[in-house]
Design a protein around this ligand. Structure first.
Ligand code: ZN
Ligand code: ZN
Length: 408
């Protein structure tokens, strides 16, 4: 091993961290043989990804870990989702999350249009036929009944309300401005116009006629929510001098990576993984990417899902299966390996919590500590102690000798 690493791999085990149940956590129970080896040969600590006591979303925490202050750059979920489904968003765009829905006699009868999944024809029709003067409308389907909408043009604002009535049996909500600016009023009008145009266009589409014939609810409306202005994010390479890539399956994480200027490297499936096999595919992709990129972010999602399900067994098993994917990490030379989580998703609360997550750094030049396992119960004994998400990139850049001296 040389004296200094020149590349970084940052592995985020989404939601892997937990609270003890009977003194045990899924990470501690899983028997993470390969990660334990890295912890043993590296430096360890715990991390508040956004800040102590702040319960992070996956989006805000990933921004922080990448060194972008979420309080400055996070403008809502819409922009990151839109980037994640492949819309080439630009700073200043207004972006939304969208559901295909079913409207009958003016009322929303199914907020997910029977979990419609074949929405290519409907999305295409929206893109081609919905028009508002002076505004570019970009619409793209995502998985299932989901989609994203971006408005581009002058005089737009994100200070507007959602059109999702949240409950079936109600009409689509009218969009309103939430401040007094002409921009917000104009944007609300644009959204309302899009809403009603979509109803007129989609109901008669062959795909919907076919669904009705089969007794399925048609995807004849869209519900628009989560308005956010696309932030101007300084690109990763400009900021750190590193050419970066992201390997992930979740649209939100892909979107964050792309908006920070990381190249998205697909591994095939857009679906969230539930077994260790897709973790292996991701790690293979990431290791291959290290030949051409200086920095690779890998997000592995399954533990978060199991946490939301409140299933200790499933979470433990997922982590245990995933560990095999990390076997080759130990052989890497010249690479700083960072393994952490973006937040805790304790099975006891089935949601994210602010409990700090374990973090390990392994590579040439790292001061080894006495921690021999990768889990949230002992990581605090390590040499990194307790850090925040925004500390990760500066520490990592220093370890690869990429930081500039402060002072003389
Ligand atoms: Zn997460
Ligand atoms: Zn989650």
């Amino acid at each position: 091993m040389s004296d200094v690493a020149n590349k970084i791999i940052l592995i985020v085990l989404d939601g892997a961290s937990d609270r003890p149940v009977g003194g045990k956590t899924p990470l501690a129970e899983a028997g993470m043989r390969n990660l334990d080896r890295l912890a043993n040969g590296g430096i360890n600590g715990i991390m508040d990804t956004v800040g102590p006591g702040i319960r992070p979303g996956s989006d805000t925490s990933h921004l922080a870990i990448l060194g972008y202050d979420p309080y400055k750059y996070y403008t809502g979920r819409g922009p990151f989702e839109a980037a994640g489904v492949g819309i080439d968003v630009k700073g200043g765009d207004i972006a939304f999350r969208v559901n295909f829905a079913t409207v009958e006699n003016g009322l929303v009868t199914d907020r997910r249009a029977g979990r419609i999944s074949d929405t290519d024809q409907l999305a295409g029709a929206i893109n081609e036929q919905v028009k508002v003067p002076g505004v570019d409308i970009i619409f793209k389907r995502s998985t299932g009944h989901r989609a994203a909408l971006v408005l581009r043009g002058k005089g737009l604002s994100s200070a507007i309300t959602d059109t999702d009535p949240k409950k079936e049996g109600n009409p689509i909500k009218e969009c309103h401005a939430t401040d007094d600016t002409p921009e917000a009023k104009h944007t609300a009008e644009v959204v309302n116009s899009i809403s009603s145009q979509v109803l007129n266009i989609l109901d008669g589409m062959p795909a919907n006629q076919e669904r009705k014939k089969q007794g399925l609810p048609p995807g004849n409306a869209i519900l628009i929510r989560g308005a956010g202005v696309v932030p101007h994010i300084p690109p990763f390479q400009e900021r750190y001098g590193l050419k970066g890539a992201v390997v992930a399956a979740a649209g939100l994480i892909i979107g964050i990576g792309k908006m920070c200027g990381l190249e998205y490297l697909p591994t095939g499936s857009m679906e969230v993984e539930s077994s260790g096999s897709s973790a292996k595919a991701k790690m293979n992709k990431a290791l291959e990417a290290l030949e051409t990129y200086d920095f690779v972010l890998v997000n592995i999602k399954g533990a978060d899902e199991a946490g939301h399900d409140g299933n200790f067994q499933k979470k433990t098993q997922f982590l245990s299966q995933t560990d095999a994917a990390f076997e080759r990490l130990g052989q890497l030379k010249d690479v700083l390996i960072i393994v952490t989580a973006d937040h805790s998703t304790p099975v006891s609360i089935k949601d994210h919590s602010a409990d700090p997550v374990p973090i390990l750094m392994h590579g040439p030049g790292v001061r080894m500590d006495d921690v021999a396992h990768y889990n949230e119960l002992i990581a605090y004994k390590g040499g990194l102690h307790r850090i925040i998400g925004l500390d990760v990139m500066p520490i990592a850049l220093d370890l690869i000798n990429k930081t500039k001296k402060y002072g003389a």
